[in-house]
Design a protein around this ligand. Structure first.
Ligand code: MRU
Length: 359
């Protein structure tokens, strides 16, 4: 990712604002949008101006900082209400709820009073810490993930789905960070990029990021993955995750389950890369993960072009759940989890318990 492109950043001090790269305009236009209210942040998350599990958590944390600007009374209450409001913007990626829980935890510390400047400083400090930690976690995921892929021959095909790079996180990404690290180590991976219907995160964002990095990539329609695998062009698949249950079942962008199923049918390893903030150990299995449903027009009138008859019934789940049996390994910032099982996850993933109560 070139230095000057920033997916999201906080501009200024406690009275500053959140600046986002508007991903709905990529790859045609590189435009930034400034969020100055919590409503602006919610709109940006809902409309996918900012997207990707870690990135929406970071954006929401900054959104809480915006919610209390100019407030003189009931500041903690306002911040708590902002947490509730932002948590409702997208249901599947647990990083959103996780980041907001961290903000809530700051709010309920006894040492934090209702004094606006001090509270604003603490909240901004926490949002910046979430952002900075994610940056470091991306780097660690890249380092650990390389161990899974560095035995592949030069030029090996690696298939990915959706966008899991710098645009989706506070750092270099998750699954794409692994590919970037592999390329940095001297390998020359050839990435097959699923276009990722219906919103084309693969075509618009992943292909764009790979080009920026000078990594060889071939764009395919989602429905071509089986043929490309059958032709022997894919040595491994790697994707990100939006929520991983305690047993390893993994929710990710719609179509990921299909990729994993195809990978197994062709004897190709299927890897998931995600920070530990993507695990939801309160859910025993993926059956319990809430799946966001999005509007029909994304399918019938994508990007402004009518492609279906008026009034046709549409089902548009934005995510699916890949059963753990199809996942060869999960890479986190802490290392590689293999085999993927409840026991291995419990041994590897530690999420500090923050008991948060509604104020
Ligand atoms: O709807 P999106 O674009 O937010 O979906 C994003 C994904 O599914 C990503 O694969 C996931 O969040 C991992 S991002 C590092």
């Amino acid at each position: 990712m070139p230095q000057q492109i920033k997916t999201l950043c906080w501009v200024g001090n406690i009275d500053g604002h959140l600046r986002l790269l508007d991903q709905t305009q990529l790859p045609v236009t590189l435009a930034y949008v400034d969020c100055r209210t919590v409503e602006d942040v919610s709109e940006a998350i809902c409309s996918l101006r900012v997207r990707g599990a870690p990135a929406i958590g970071i954006a929401a944390a900054y959104g809480v900082c915006l919610a209390i600007q100019h407030a003189e009374h009931n500041i903690k209450l306002r911040a708590c209400e902002a947490c509730e409001y932002l948590a409702a913007s997208r249901p599947t990626a647990v990083n959103l709820a996780w980041a907001l829980d961290r903000m809530r935890y700051v709010l309920q510390q006894e040492s934090v009073d209702n004094n606006s400047r001090e509270l604003a400083k603490r909240l901004l400090g926490e949002a910046c810490a979430i952002h900075q930690e994610d940056r470091q976690q991306c780097a660690s995921i890249g380092r650990h993930g390389v161990k899974l892929l560095n035995s592949l021959p030069q030029g090996a095909g690696i298939l990915t789905h959706c966008n899991t790079g710098a645009l989706a996180t506070g750092g270099d990404g998750t699954a794409l960070a692994v590919i970037f690290a592999l390329a940095d180590a001297g390998a020359k991976p050839h990435v097959f990029v699923d276009e990722t219907r219906p919103l084309l995160q693969g075509a618009r964002l992943t292909a764009w990021e790979l080009k920026q990095r000078g990594i060889e990539a071939t764009l395919i329609c989602d429905s071509m993955a089986a043929q490309v695998m059958k032709e022997g062009r894919v040595a491994a698949c790697i994707t990100g995750a939006d929520r991983i249950a305690a047993n390893g079942d993994t929710a990710n962008k719609i179509g990921t389950y299909g990729v994993a199923t195809l990978a197994q049918a062709h004897g190709i390893p299927f890897y998931v890369a995600a920070p530990t903030s993507t695990f939801d150990l309160t859910l025993d299995s993926g059956d319990l993960i809430p799946i966001e449903e999005r509007g029909a027009s994304e399918i019938t009138c994508g990007f402004g072009k009518v492609t279906a008859p008026d009034q046709i019934a549409v089902y548009n789940p934005a995510f699916d759940v890949t059963p753990k049996e199809l996942i060869s390994a999960i890479v986190t910032e802490l290392g590689v989890i293999q085999p993927v099982s409840t026991q291995e996850i419990a041994n590897s993933v530690f999420i500090p318990e923050r008991k948060v109560k509604v104020l």
